[in-house]
Design a binder for this molecule. Structure first.
Ligand SMILES: Nc1ncnc2c1ncn2[C@@H]1O[C@H](COP(=O)(O)OP(=O)(O)O)[C@@H](O)[C@H]1O
Ligand SMILES: Nc1ccn([C@@H]2O[C@H](COP(=O)(O)O)[C@@H](O)[C@H]2O)c(=O)n1
Length: 248
């Protein structure tokens, strides 16, 4: 990220500052969303509505590409590879992040895991924020996306734990059955993690072992975010809710 991109820029006649953009990657069910939630909680953002938030979180799943009918039929049998980079719309992802960095208001569809489609009727509006978290399995895979982040976090949770979390989540929340979840995991999720996601760990600035359980790491990250945002004189509404314990 060049210094010029970090600095204030003039968009639509008003002075907007570039949000601090944080990428959060890690394998499926490693705790990416939970880590983002903890960061937002500690920055006092959770009980605010979207337009008032100074810290917002976006999922890479909103950038899955539209599937053909034949691909949807495969997906319904657990035979479509959602863990391969080709499953994503890289251009839309990059352009959206560039718009966010330019201080524009962006509208992003939510993702419907039951039907394998983007929910164009359920749109999240992202208003200019001080800090934007972008989480997903392959957020560091695409170089032009990766290079946009000011800070890169990798949530490192062992694969047994991740599978043990994914099975009940996919059955209870994503409308899958056990056989489908295990087949998809064995045929696509695990091999793609090893080929595409795990190698991107080397790009991370901070690796968070054990995800949201790692309170020390999350507190340090929150303090760093505070320092950066404060240094840019952009502390409009952020306040730290939980200060880390100091060593006496
Ligand atoms: N530290 C944790 N301890 C226990 N369960 C967790 C923990 N972190 C996440 N989970 C659970 O595991 C599942 C996946 O977590 P999530 O944060 O959504 O992962 P990801 O965003 O990486 O897919 C969710 O059901 C979540 O509640
Ligand atoms: N229609 C879909 C789309 C994605 N997946 C799986 O979701 C995983 C990514 O989300 P996490 O919250 O687990 O990071 C990814 O591993 C895909 O396999 C899906 O099953 N169906």
């Amino acid at each position: 990220m060049s210094d010029s991109r970090r600095n204030s820029c003039k968009i639509n006649g008003s002075n907007n500052k570039t949000p601090f953009l944080i990428g959060v990657s890690g394998g499926t069910a490693s705790g990416k969303s939970t880590v983002c939630k903890r960061i937002m909680e500690k920055l006092g953002q959770v009980n605010k509505n979207q337009s008032e938030r100074q810290v917002v979180c976006i999922s890479q799943d909103s950038f899955y590409r539209d599937l053909t009918q034949a691909e949807i039929t495969k997906a319904e049998k657990g035979q479509f590879n959602f863990d391969h980079p080709d499953a994503f719309n890289e251009i839309y992802m990059k352009e959206t992040l560039l718009d966010i960095l330019a201080g524009k208001i962006v509208k992003i569809p939510t993702y419907d895991y039951k039907n394998h489609t983007l929910r164009k009727d359920e749109i999240i509006t992202i208003y200019p924020a001080d800090v934007v978290l972008f989480e997903g399995i392959l957020v560091f895979y695409f170089p032009e996306v990766r290079n946009l982040f000011h800070m890169k976090l990798f949530v490192d949770t062992d694969s047994d734990t991740r599978l043990a979390r994914r099975v009940p989540r996919d059955i209870n929340e994503r409308g899958r059955d056990l056989e489908q979840v295990l087949n998809q995991y064995t045929n696509f999720v695990k091999p793609a993690f090893e080929e595409f996601c795990s190698p991107t760990k080397k790009f991370a600035d901070v690796i968070i072992p054990r995800g949201a359980d790692n309170v020390v790491a999350i507190d340090l990250i929150v303090l760093h975010i505070m320092d950066i945002v404060r240094g840019q004189n952009r502390m409009n509404g952020i306040q730290v809710i939980a200060q880390p314990k100091r060593i006496k």
